[in-house]
Structures are given as C-alpha cells and as structure tokens.
Design a binder for this molecule. Structure first.
Ligand code: PLP
Length: 488
C-alpha cells in the first residue's frame, strides 16, 4: 500500500527551476573566468593515486544536499585532481580543447536530453546530424556519395567501419559467425606498424584476432611501405588467408605521419580490399588548402574517421565516420525489434548505423562551433598551431644538444635531448625521462613520450586553442634551462 501513495518530488518543481537558475548563473560565471585563465591551475595536478577518493564518502547521501555544498566540494576536492586539458601548456598526447560554443551546445543538448535513435525520437537531432556531417564531408572533400554518422570515439568509428568491411565480403558472417566454418580462410587486416591500437582492438572485437592484423613496416618518415603491403597481401593469398581490409593512417599517433593514401587506395582497388582511413587527428589539417596534397587519395577510401574532439575545438566526445556505401553499413548493423519499427518513410534512423541504440545529440555542439567560428575561423586556429609547431621544430634543429626524431607535417614535434657527447640509448632515455618529469612537475607544461625505432622520444603536441607562440617559446626556454641546469 505504501508504494501506491503518491510521492512528492525530491525538490518541488518551481523551487528546483529557481535554484537551477541561481546556480547555473554562478557556474556560467565560473566557466567564463576559468576559460580566460586556466593557466592559474597547474596543468598536471599535484596529487597522488587515491587522494581524491579518500576525500569522498563511500556511499551516496540519503537526503539531497544544497548546491552550495556540492560546488564547494567541486572546488576543494575535484578541481585539485583535474588535469587541465584547457591549459595552454597542455601538449601531451594530442593537445586538444573544447570551446565555449561547444559548452553552450552541450548545455542545450543536456537540457533537451533527446535520444536520437530514430528519426521520430527527435527529428531535429537526426536531421541536424545529417546536415552537419554533410558540411564536414564537403570540408574533407569526400565525394558526394559519402554519408556520415557521429560516434563517441575513433575507436568505435573504426570498429563500425571494419564491421562494414567484413560485411562487404558477402560471407554472411553476421548471420553464421566464423567459428567452425572450415572453408573460410582467416580474415586478414593490414595497417602500418604506426597505426593506432584501436585497429587491433577492432580485430579483437570482430573475432579476427590480433595475429591476423598484419603490421606493415614504415619508411624513414613513419609512413606505410607500399611494396611491403603488396607483398604481405600476396603472401597471405598464397597461404589461403582472406585479405579483406587496409587501415591507412592520416596523422599517426606518435609522429602524425600520413600514409601514402593514393598508392594504398590503388592497391585496395586492385585487390578488392576495403580501405579505411584513420584521420582521427589529421582530418583537421585536411581542412587547410596548403596541407591538402598530403591527403591525396582520401577520396578513394571506403570509410574515413575524423575526430572533431581532437583538433577541431569540440568537446569530447565527438567522432565522425564517413562511409561510401551506407547500404553496407546498414546491412551490417540494422536489426529492428518490433517496438522500434516505424513507418516514417525515407528517413534516417541512426540506430541502424552502428552498435548503439540510444544516442546523444552530439550534432548540436558541432553546429554551434562551426557556426560561431566559421570555417575560416577554424582554419585560422589550425594553421596557427602548425606555424608555431614549425617554429619549435626550427629552434630544435638549430640547437646542438637537441634533435628532432621525426618530421613535423602538422603540429606535433617529436624531439629529444641529445648532448653531443652522449650516445648510449639507455642514458639518453634516462635524460629525457628526467627532462619530461621536470617539465611536467612544473605545473606549466604537460608533455608525453613515445619510442621511435628504439629512441625514447618526447612529443610536444600543439592543438590547444590557447597555446600561442609565447607558450611555445616559454616551453622551449624552460626545456633548455632544465637540460642546462638539471641534466648535467
Ligand atoms: C590516429 C588515432 N586514431 C585513433 C585514436 C583513438 O581515438 P579515440 O580516443 O577517439 O578512440 C587515436 C587516439 O589518440 C589516434 O591518435
């Protein structure tokens, strides 16, 4: 009986709306102040593992708490444990930032809280996604037959694309699976030894197996060697394997190298292999006419992933996947239970385009960003990042005790401290680890590392909206100072 009695809401609706307005105003003021000076916080938090958890209760409160308490705890417990991706000195991994138009788009999407699984579950969410993706398709100069879909991450976009690639074989793997089918040779997938781990993860999920991901060697500039790809496909066919797809990378994770897309596309066309291009990072540079020649051949791909949440000032998460034949993608994924059947005519139901059913209204933030900055505004920021990264590259090239470890096609500089008298790789690794640690401890900069052909390498990734020539100059001065004073 108790359950049948009407329950009052936790907070009366009117009171909640009033309280929301007050608090939202405070939060917006906080965001505006934070946005102009994120550098007042250390970019990398000075905390130890477990520090944050220790300050939080193990169980949720039984009764609601005032926003005042929640905001106080946000400032005193959460903020000290934040790595500030918005900090101009954030140059680790791929330095990325969201943007204020993105904050506003996300806020409205949170308020609307629509689920864009079907056209009818929010026509505007579906149609805006179609329109915004059509804009981005045109910016990437992909042919008109390409259609796009938003996913959360490049990892998922690549998984979805490779599922379509597998479906395109016409082997009914969707229906019958692969186990116990003796006449089915092992499916083989090719990518360079610099490809992102998401390719291998997709192979794990799709039942292709990590051992069937063939890592093709790369040249001096970390680009896939075409003759090695041809040879690998040929050898695999001889062994009775079933080559089915190549993943080329336009902007590799370590060095931002671009595989020779046109040559790879030609091999894929000849060998009837699906070509997926991972332009998760590099796609942003494809917007610049002066970088366009690096992307020649992109138009011949079967699928392309580009992440606005990497270098197009879009709040995470936001990945765009484009496919030349949406029919195949839908064939791979469409599975409509009775309760989701509709008769809305010729509309897009994005639930048919991937793994997930429910989907966020991600297109809204992209629309805000593209409209508020305009294409030229976005190009200007990306171009400036490339310019200041080139400056850093030049300073490194002109300094005896430092060296660049890879070319810098875009805005990531791979370098290391290499004093003239030291040649032992172990010692060099130790010196550079110390250098990175000192830089990261400073609170002003945050960089990351990689290994390139056995060389421990530091990466300074410029991609943050607030990173300027002055930031990069300060970074270089600090780097040299640490080397001079602490690494002798
Ligand atoms: C080239 C490349 N592809 C894919 C990914 C995976 O991105 P996401 O985090 O969106 O899955 C990354 C991440 O850095 C990347 O560098």
């Amino acid at each position: 009986m108790e359950q049948l009695r009407s329950q009052t809401p936790a907070i009366p609706v009117n009171e909640e709306a009033f309280e929301f307005e007050e608090t939202a105003r405070r939060i917006i003021q906080w965001i505006a102040a934070y946005w102009t000076t994120p550098s007042k916080y250390p970019v990398f938090p000075q905390c130890q593992p477990g520090d944050i958890k220790k300050k939080l209760p193990t169980l949720p409160p039984q009764e609601g708490e005032p926003y005042e308490c929640i905001l106080n705890d946000f400032e005193s417990i959460i903020l000290p444990g934040i790595t500030h991706w918005n900090h101009p000195g954030f140059m680790a991994y791929f330095g990325t930032t969201g943007s204020l138009p993105g904050v506003l788009g996300e806020t409205l999407a949170a308020a609307l809280n629509v689920n864009g699984m079907l056209w009818r579950t929010s026509p505007a969410a579906t149609e805006l996604e179609e329109v915004v993706l059509e804009w981005i398709r045109a910016l990437l100069q992909l042919p008109k037959e390409f259609r796009g879909v938003l996913t959360d991450t490049a990892s998922v976009s690549t998984l979805v694309a490779l599922t379509a690639a597998r479906e395109s074989l016409g082997l009914h793997i969707r229906e019958k699976g692969m186990a116990g089918r003796d006449n089915l040779g092992a499916l083989r997938l090719y990518c360079s030894d610099q490809a992102h781990s998401s390719v291998e993860k997709a192979a794990i999920v799709l039942g292709i197996g990590q051992e069937n991901v063939c890592k093709i060697p790369t040249d001096d500039e970390y680009r896939m060697v075409i003759s090695a790809l041809e040879q690998a496909v040929h050898n695999d066919r001889q062994r009775g394997y079933l080559p089915f797809a190549v993943v080329a990378t336009a902007g590799t994770t370590a060095t931002t190298s671009v595989d020779p897309l046109a040559a790879i596309a030609a091999i894929c066309a000849r060998e009837k292999l699906w070509l997926h291009v991972d332009a998760a990072y590099g796609g942003a540079a494809a917007l610049l006419p002066e970088k366009r020649s690096l992307f020649q051949g992109l138009e011949n791909a079967d699928s392309v992933v580009f992440n606005p949440h990497k270098w197009m000032f879009t709040q995470s998460d936001c990945s765009t996947l484009f496919v030349r034949q949406p029919r195949i993608l839908k064939q791979a994924f469409s599975l409509i239970p009775e309760y989701l059947k509709t008769d809305d005519g010729d509309v897009t139901n994005f639930m048919d385009w991937g793994i997930q059913l429910g989907r966020r209204f991600r297109a809204l933030k992209l629309w805000f960003i593209l409209r508020r900055y305009g294409v030229e505004g976005i190009r200007g920021m990306i171009r400036e990042h490339c310019r200041i990264a080139q400056l850093l590259a030049t300073w490194i090239d002109n300094t005896d005790d430092f060296e660049r470890v890879a070319p810098t096609p875009f805005s990531v500089v791979c370098f290391r401290y290499h004093p003239v008298h030291v040649d032992d790789e172990q010692r060099l690794k130790q010196l550079n680890e110390n250098l990175m640690q000192k830089l990261n401890e400073s609170g002003d900069f945050f960089i990351s590392s990689t290994i390139l052909r056995g060389k421990y390498t530091l990466r300074a990734a410029v991609g943050n909206a607030r990173t300027t020539e002055e930031t990069v100059r300060n970074f270089w001065e600090r780097t040299q100072e640490i080397a001079r004073i602490h690494l002798r």
